[in-house]
Write a protein that binds this ligand. Structure first.
Ligand code: DQA
Length: 139
């Protein structure tokens, strides 16, 4: 069974509550249940942390055995060389996801330290971006 992990970074625990006009009104837990149902043949896991080092630890822990990691590092995308180094250092391919279209927002969101080390990036399709990322692993 294909093992895919979704890792969400800071503030994404507030999905459904936070800035709904940008991030939508569904919690990630609810959305995760729908994707588990859509992909019953994939072993999907979900992890969220607001703490940079915890995200790095999780990448190290699963990044040599999982088939793919879907990573929304939130604002750390635009600041964290340490997470970028972790993505570069693991074996598992990483797909970068952003719920909002980061390129239509503030200039500081146009830079991703991670992007260079990812298989590809998806931005601007709302929560559906996670599903598109799973599909990108299947093709
Ligand atoms: C985000 C975009 C980031 O710029 C922002 O800091 C987030 C969420 C997104 O999913 O659109 O926290 O990664």
């Amino acid at each position: 069974m294909l093992k895919i992990a979704i890792i969400n970074g800071p503030n994404l625990n507030l999905l459904g509550i936070r800035e709904k006009e940008i991030y939508g009104s569904s919690s990630f837990e609810d959305y995760f249940k729908t994707i588990e149902q859509k992909f019953p043949t994939i072993d999907l896991t979900y992890y969220q942390s607001n703490i940079e080092g915890e995200l790095i630890n999780k990448l190290h822990e699963i990044g040599f055995t999982y088939d793919a990691i879907i990573l929304n590092a939130g604002a750390y995308t635009h600041t964290s060389i340490a997470i970028a180094d972790a993505v570069a250092g693991i074996k598992t391919p990483v797909v970068e996801v952003h719920i909002s279209n980061v390129f239509s927002r503030e200039d500081y969101r146009h830079v991703s330290y991670l992007g260079k080390h990812c298989k590809g990036s998806i931005s601007g399709f709302g929560l559906n971006g996670y599903e598109l990322a799973i599909q990108s692993v299947l093709i």
